[in-house]
Design a protein around this ligand. Sequence first.
Ligand SMILES: [Zn+2]
Length: 219
Amino acid sequence: MSDLSALSSVPPAGVSGLHRDAVLKFFYGPMDCGKSTLALQTNYNHARQGRKGMVLTKHDRSGGPRVTSRIGLGGDALEVVDDLDIETLVRGTMPRLDYLICDEAQFYTVRQIEQLADLVDDCDVDVYAFGLASDFKSELFPATRRLFELADEVFRLQVEVLCWCGRPGQLNARTTGGELQRAGEQVVIADTDEAPVRYQVLCRRHYRSGDLGSKAPLY
Ligand SMILES: [Zn+2]
């Protein structure tokens, strides 16, 4: 198991002290703000430099193990299930990974987020996580909370999603039959046109008042 043990140690900093630590970066924003697009672009940029990476996702809009963006980009990915041990997976991957792309990270378990942090610190793997901050009740997802707590750097994505009123969209509303829902399971996937549950990005004002507008795009 010498290969595995070699993965677990970070080369010591030289006398120059120029060793660069791996990083855990978290990019967040509401639905439609370009998170998956940035995840795919980040993967492309690193792979082009010859770095070895892996792309993970959970409950992608495609319904399959892929990262897809609403503007039409897509790439294969590994589906994260609740009992997946990401740390063991990465430690057992040869050649060793340089980075991980983690899309839809709000759906991961808290334990999986902690595994990402351990991979950064113990295996020198850069982790780029992308996800929603808050659920349909405007409360943080548990995995997102853990990312805020553990990430080296947190970025709010600057691509603005507009509420129907034109203000910056900030919160992810869940609707059923045209009515805003404020109670229910945290994770309900709206993956078909027939699904009664839809999601809509609203500004804080209209999220709090429950006004969905009349010509709002529904997903
Ligand atoms: Zn609004």
